[in-house]
Design a protein around this ligand. Sequence first.
Ligand SMILES: *[C@@H]1O[C@H](CO)[C@@H](O)[C@H](O)[C@H]1NC(C)=O
Ligand SMILES: *[C@@H]1O[C@H](CO)[C@@H](O)[C@H](O)[C@H]1NC(C)=O
Ligand SMILES: *[C@@H]1O[C@H](CO)[C@@H](O)[C@H](O)[C@H]1NC(C)=O
Ligand SMILES: *[C@@H]1O[C@H](CO)[C@@H](O)[C@H](O)[C@H]1NC(C)=O
Ligand SMILES: *[C@@H]1O[C@H](CO)[C@@H](O)[C@H](O)[C@H]1NC(C)=O
Ligand SMILES: *[C@@H]1O[C@H](CO)[C@@H](O)[C@H](O)[C@H]1NC(C)=O
Ligand SMILES: *[C@@H]1O[C@H](CO)[C@@H](O)[C@H](O)[C@H]1NC(C)=O
Ligand SMILES: *[C@@H]1O[C@H](CO)[C@@H](O)[C@H](O)[C@H]1NC(C)=O
Length: 883
Amino acid sequence: MHVLKLWHALCLLVLALPSTTLAAVLAIDYGADFIKASLMKPGVPFDVLLNKDSKRKIQSSVAWKNGDRIFGSDAFNLASRFPSDSFSSVKLLQAAPFSSEAASYFSTISPAELRETSRSTVALKRSDGTEWSVEEIIGMQFSYVKGLAESVAGERVHDTIVTVPPYYSQFERDAVADAIEIAGLRTLALINDGTAVAVNYAMTRSFPTPEYHVVYDAGASSIRATVVQFATDHKVSPPGTQITVGGVGYDRRVGGIELDRRLREILADKFINKHQRDIRKDKRGMTKLWKEAGRVKAILSANTEATSTVESLAFDIDFKSKVSRAEFEAACQDLKGHYAQPILDAVHNAGLTLDNVTSVIFTGGSTRTPMIQAAVKAAVGEDKIALNVNADEAAVLGAALHGASLSRQFKTKDIKITDITPLDIQASYLASAPSSSGRPRTITSTLFPAGSKVGTKKTLTFKRTDDFDIQFDYKEEVAPGFPRRMLEVELAGVSEALGNLTERGAIDPVVKATVSLSQSGFISVTEAIATGEIKDESITGKLKGLFGAGSSSSSEDETQTAENTPPRDTETPSESSSESSSSASPSASAESKVDKKTAKDLSTIQLNITTHFTTLAPMTLEQKQSSRSRLRAVDLDEAAKVRKEEARNTLESYLYRLRDLLDEENKDTPFKQCSQPSERTALIEKLEETFEWLHDRGDFAETSQLLDKRNALETMERPIIHRYQEIEAFPQALNNSQMWNWSTRLFLTEARQNLTAEQEAELPSKWTKEELDSLEKALKEHETWLNTWVEKQKSVKSNQDPVIETTEMKARAKVLQTQLEKLWKRRTPKVKKTSTSTSATSTEAAKPTSNDSASEANESIPEPETHDQVPLQPPEPGPHDEL
Ligand SMILES: *[C@@H]1O[C@H](CO)[C@@H](O)[C@H](O)[C@H]1NC(C)=O
Ligand SMILES: *[C@@H]1O[C@H](CO)[C@@H](O)[C@H](O)[C@H]1NC(C)=O
Ligand SMILES: *[C@@H]1O[C@H](CO)[C@@H](O)[C@H](O)[C@H]1NC(C)=O
Ligand SMILES: *[C@@H]1O[C@H](CO)[C@@H](O)[C@H](O)[C@H]1NC(C)=O
Ligand SMILES: *[C@@H]1O[C@H](CO)[C@@H](O)[C@H](O)[C@H]1NC(C)=O
Ligand SMILES: *[C@@H]1O[C@H](CO)[C@@H](O)[C@H](O)[C@H]1NC(C)=O
Ligand SMILES: *[C@@H]1O[C@H](CO)[C@@H](O)[C@H](O)[C@H]1NC(C)=O
Ligand SMILES: *[C@@H]1O[C@H](CO)[C@@H](O)[C@H](O)[C@H]1NC(C)=O
């Protein structure tokens, strides 16, 4: 597994385009128990994100403790102390109507108080009375993950891909997308979790011949199985992999949480039998027992017996009891048939048999439960079970890779996905009455039957003369208590448009609506038009009775059709939704061609589309904005709290440090030496006053007050610190000044000698006498200044402010240095290298003349501040090496 990860990392690092700033992609596998996240960013090793405790998975919990928000396992663990302020397994409530079975089931496993929102969905009520919608709670978790990702990425992160169970309806997908937006993120895509695992599986494998596998995902909330076909895609170079989902099976109610619930019932019964007290009435006790059930379940996965012990479980009773795996399995007897059924359904839906399946890939935490493993083995045969992906992380890593390929900013292995919707989606509308006396009838047709590819469009053709609505429904209830109606689309302007077309000579104009089923599984009407062919006068007779070339078929696909035929081909275009499909029968192809050639004036008019969500509506823009501001306010509050806490802590430790410095016991410290008694008295006074203030008012103080208090003390302390720093810096500054003094003096002596010699020999000189005089003058001034002030400084006491500042000493030395360097760097006048001269011929100094090319231009005196080198070998003692 480690090797696999490494391989991934390499693969990405090598392939990531080394170009401009690329936006990072965040992948989130949002589970009912755990959140896993991964960040895709060039230069950042591709791996699962760690939380603040370096854990690879983050418990899906949010809690408040004394007003502070907490995430992860800390939040989960708070449930027993603050049952009304700790929220876990909230995924179960995604898009759930308040009156749905999902909501009432949630109440059996969580002590949280549920409220109905204005959208008829669920909100959770905190102990302080505030209510938080499920989208807001999940948005907080996404935002928390965003924060983790940003601290790794070192930049803002927006684009997000989130996994969802394949059976998620549009309502639930909307709820996920809304939570993403509330968190301040952008939905790049939603990906079905089984498909994400398939992507992860395909990353490291190649498929010379097509293979079918089942991704079996037993999670906390449900069990699902996805049949996927892997094949090599030779259309790209190097060849990529085509993943085609063939069928899906699922059980929405059986998962780790239901097992925990059953185990908790066992424990509760044992408690009641033993202690004759009804623990089921004790919220906290039941919450503690919930955590215990999860623990015991994990033990029973590896052992046939476990001991449950919870101190002071309820009514001050310490609970201790043994539970056997057999007992647990007996309590789950009725579920036995449910564990493997999704696999059989998926295979059946894909039009395959188990013989066609190479392996069943296990993922999800509940695949560790022995009875689930046993059931699957019994159903598919032990040899088919594959434990070759990371059960916890395959989905998020696959999602990240897919997200990266979608963002088109990374070059990853070419893996194409063709996914399906497992739910029948139908469209209906009210047809015009056949005659004025007849009753209008509702026409319903299955627009996207279960197994339809996502990322496709279909065009519906209607023969209607006035405005009408199209309703989109799930054929079956997606879950108990959920509506079937997804949306209603109102088409307006029909009669005007048709009138216009007819007036202009169109024959039998029709209305067409394009319905899109997006890659992420959302239905929408993307276009509606009235269209008709304007007849060409010259061939009127010939074309009479025909209508629209190319408009004859009522349902067209604009699928990005994959080469490999999916295991189940559902994409045969049907005449489904045309009211009068018989009348819309395809015209003879020859005639069609004539149409196109002679009368290509196919006129269209856009119709107005209005979408209404009449049942479980997604959040409106305003609702999302309001939730976003709510979350941001919480974030800002917390940030302000952190800043205040920091200010307070810094002030406090500063006060203690200062008190220590002022302590009578500490004699002869630099602080004492550099301060005057009066200063110390004033400081002590102020210090005590601040201590008192902090003690009395610290809890209510503003951040700015805390900062001001420190500032006031620091201002008093600063002169003392300054003296100390000056005393420390003085020797070095003096060395520096003296060194330039020395160097200049040495230079002058030699330069004057040379000048004299050169003048005598009538050779050109680098300098004039005036220049050397001027340097000498500067040197004298510097010397005088130094002598005067260094003397004065010597009589200054350590607790008095210095009379000369080291900064000034440095500045003055610098003036001298600049003048010296100007002359020193001067080139020898370009005549010849007559350099047999008087004095001091050091090898160093001779160098420039040995090669009088341009190289000497940069001959410079080394910076003396470093004290590593000194020009002209001043005869100075000390650590300076000769040069
Ligand atoms: C599935 O297996 C059956 C028999 O084992 C075979 O006839 C059929 O062609 C296979 N289907 C596919 C799609 O491979
Ligand atoms: C379509 O909508 C636009 C803007 O909402 C409106 O101005 C126009 O009148 C509408 N047309 C019809 C035919 O309803
Ligand atoms: C028909 O539509 C065209 C363009 O959309 C417009 O120019 C024309 O005036 C319309 N005619 C009628 C009769 O509404
Ligand atoms: C200053 O120079 C003297 C020798 O001239 C040396 O002993 C001393 O360490 C130097 N001090 C600093 C701070 O460099
Ligand atoms: C500067 O250097 C000269 C020697 O060149 C020395 O006599 C004099 O004391 C120095 N002055 C100071 C302030 O160090
Ligand atoms: C003086 O002349 C000698 C010999 O030419 C040379 O090496 C030295 O660098 C000169 N000194 C200065 C300060 O230019
Ligand atoms: C002088 O400098 C030139 C160019 O920098 C170089 O090619 C040449 O070797 C040097 N000669 C000597 C003697 O250093
Ligand atoms: C001199 O130094 C400057 C900057 O340090 C550099 O750009 C230039 O190339 C150097 N010239 C020579 C001849 O080394």
